[in-house]
Ligand binder design. Sequence first.
Ligand SMILES: Cc1ncc(COP(=O)(O)O)c(C=O)c1O
Length: 349
Amino acid sequence: MTPRHDPHLKAFASDNYAGVHPEILQAIVAANGGHQISYGEDVYTEALQDVFRNHFGERARAWPVFNGTAANVVSLRAMTAQWEAVICAESAHINTDEGGAPEVVGGIKLLTVPTPDGKLTPELIDRQAWGFGDVHRAQPRVVSISNTTELGTVYTPAELTALCAHAHDLGLLVHLDGSRLTNAAAALDVPMRALTTDAGVDVLSFGGTKIGLMYGEAVVVLNPDAAGGIDCLRKTFMQLSSKMRFVSAQFEALLAGDLWLRNARQANAMGRRLAAAVRELPGVELSRPVEANAVFAVLPADVAERLRKRFRFYTWNADLGEVRWMCAFDTTEADVDAFAAALAEELAA
Ligand SMILES: Cc1ncc(COP(=O)(O)O)c(C=O)c1O
């Protein structure tokens, strides 16, 4: 069959515009053929538990799901009772980009807090951590954060440790949306457990799709006392894959060796390269710190419009003229250089 895409076209819209890493595709092929017990009782899913334990500690247990929205909804529902609520940044994916799934599908009340950089702090948590015992208020139960954040910033282990300690002191649990946890760990050059288990995170949504999987994310419970019923909830929320071996085999390929780190380092390095290439261009202002694989910039609207005819990317804040450029595991130096050159041309036009 003729491919219906231009194999040379690269976009800077999202890291999930990228295809599947060849090592992941090979793992899917290797898992094919023969019969396996369905619904997660296959040998690949069984083996996966050790892989997750190696990264996140002895108590970790993973439940593969289809996508990140589902990982968040299943995690948060498993951590809260019906009268309880989740504190998150206003910019959190669960609040802005999940079609209301936490509320509509999960039935979960979100208590949002504006932040300057996408990060919650103990002080910002306190803005919503009140009204305990007041029957008129949804009861705060979970703090949900994202690392990297939706604004491209990265929480350090020290920030996470302080945040988790504060949440726990208030009787709250901590959920981490780790759609890009690999990028955060690579950016700081720390093991993923330094940003999760060791910092006190209770439940993690672990991201695979943006870092090279065809599809697949996982709910990873780090503190078994923090969440219950996931075996059943995953099915109720339509996330129990009958041929789960193909999700699990992908995760094994990503995590058993260093593929996750290689991919995250590449995406981050391309983010840095892009920032360096455009920082000095007259008419472009980098609007946020570049800490991993996301670059935010403000540029004239007509320039953005012309550039968009050559490369795809998202407008982040139309009022400010802010756009987001995202690098993926397969973004190359040549891609970045071509993009920066095109930007320079459009600025000069
Ligand atoms: C921070 C964050 N969380 C979760 C997700 C997962 O979303 P999806 O349901 O598209 O896999 C994304 C994807 O863009 C994301 O950026």
